[in-house]
Design a protein around this ligand. Structure first.
Ligand SMILES: Cc1cc2nc3c(=O)[nH]c(=O)nc-3n(C[C@H](O)[C@H](O)[C@H](O)COP(=O)(O)OP(=O)(O)OC[C@H]3O[C@@H](n4cnc5c(N)ncnc54)[C@H](O)[C@@H]3O)c2cc1C
Length: 385
């Protein structure tokens, strides 16, 4: 059985982020890792957006970035000054090509295309079966989705589902310096719904219709909402659709196992998708950077949680409030952006705010409704015990 020091099972965002960060450590210690994914990763299967203050290792793959964002709803219309953050976009295809290039011809890192059929710990080793062949390692880092039985009597299971079009317009329709983070001027009937608009040039933008709800829509409903938004809000009649993106991201407060003996879960499989927003990219970067830092310091990859557990409580409370339908997501986000600086909100959504900053934000929100959601969630947990 071939042995590697580490096996990285799943070579999407999290697997590749870890592999790139791990490379200098492998070179310094003369250790070997195997990165495996069944997909070739040659298509633009997703676009990642995130905000950050300082450039990170994937800065060369950033396709566009904006210093100015805007928020719109029937309650609020606001330009958001997000300094010291920048809002960035990385296209999947560019990320895969960039990481392929960084990882190519590295004797310390073997990149294999194959299907992971099983992962398990045996004695002091973590093993992976790939297309019928077993490989062993000291640790497996896995971003392959875990199958978890749902417990709807305890937890919320929302989906963030979206359809995005890159459109090209005939005239100059967009301001390339400013992106729309959330525009709630779209029907709220199917759930909390908004559109974001990321201009790629004056006549090209990614326009994405996003919903937080428990069910996906029929394909024609996403198209109808996008057509209506482009016509009524962007005032644009003539355009060409250049690319499509469709995605579903889980939004849940169901706790996810981050480690099973010598298998350490990464990415969405490791619970690094924020329950209340679906944002994952920055959490993956923080997590994989912390793992490599720990390896360098102590030789083992076991790290403490990258965020305080209180953020999980906040995320769960928001999901319960959305579920109760006592107030709409549009009202909640409008109030939040009306009463707080964008910088403070982005820090909070990154799970990096202080308790004092959080209390300041909560004092501006719909306190009674949030308190009731917290109470309902607590009752739900007690009753289902
Ligand atoms: C369309 C879309 C857009 C998104 N946009 C954003 C965004 O803008 N910002 C943000 O923060 N988050 C976003 N997310 C959420 C999240 O960042 C992404 O899903 C991200 O790719 C998660 O990284 P991951 O490594 O956990 O999963 P993935 O990137 O999906 O990687 C998992 C890998 O495992 C491989 N795999 C699965 N099973 C096997 C197997 N049995 N054997 C071998 N390989 C296997 C898959 O081929 C895949 O490459 C988006 C998600 C989607 C779906």
């Amino acid at each position: 059985m071939e042995h590697f020091d580490y096996i990285i099972a799943g070579g999407g965002c999290a697997g590749r982020s870890l592999a790139v960060r791990l490379l200098p450590y492998l070179q310094a210690t003369n250790k070997r890792a195997l990165l495996v994914d069944y997909a070739e990763k040659k298509s633009n299967d997703r676009t990642w957006c995130f905000w950050e203050q300082d450039p990170d290792v994937f800065e060369p793959a950033v396709y566009r970035k904006w210093k100015q964002l805007s928020f719109a709803s029937k309650f609020l219309d606001r330009e958001l000054d997000i300094q010291p953050y920048q809002y960035k976009m990385i296209r999947g295809l560019d990320f895969y090509a960039h990481t392929d290039q960084l990882l190519a011809n590295q004797p310390q890192l073997i990149h294999l295309q194959g299907k992971v059929e099983r992962q398990y710990t045996e004695k002091d080793q973590a093993c992976v079966v790939i297309d019928g062949k077993t490989f062993s390692s000291d640790y497996v880092f896995s971003s392959i989705p875990q199958v978890q039985e749902k417990k709807p009597d305890r937890y919320q299971y929302f989906l963030q589902h979206f359809e995005g079009w890159v459109i090209e317009t005939e005239g100059n329709t967009f301001d390339p310096e400013s992106a729309t983070l959330m525009d709630f001027n779209t029907s709220q009937q199917a759930g909390t719904s908004f559109v974001y608009v990321l201009p790629l040039s004056a006549n090209r933008a990614l326009v994405e219709y996003t919903i937080f709800s428990k069910q996906e829509l029929a394909p024609e409903d996403y198209s109808a909402a996008l057509q209506q938004y482009i016509r009524e809000q962007l005032k644009c009649e003539q355009y060409t659709i250049i690319e499509h993106e469709h995605g579903v991201i889980p939004m849940t407060d169901h706790p996810i196992k981050r480690q099973q003996e010598r298998i350490i879960y990464l990415g969405t499989a490791g619970g690094f998708t924020k329950g209340s927003t679906g944002y994952t990219f920055r959490f993956i970067q923080k997590n994989t950077a912390a793992i490599v830092q720990q390896l360098m310091k102590s030789g083992h990859p076991n790290i403490p949680a990258i965020s305080s557990p209180r953020f999980e409580l906040y995320d769960a409370t928001l999901l319960h409030l959305l579920d109760s339908e006592r107030i709409s997501g549009e009202e909640i986000f409008s109030r939040m952006f009306k009463k707080n600086s964008a910088m403070k909100i982005l820090k909070f959504l990154d799970n990096e705010s202080s308790l004092l900053e959080e209390l300041q934000i909560f004092s501006t929100l719909q306190k009674t409704e949030f308190a009731m959601a917290l109470w309902n969630r607590t009752l739900k947990l007690i009753r289902s015990n």
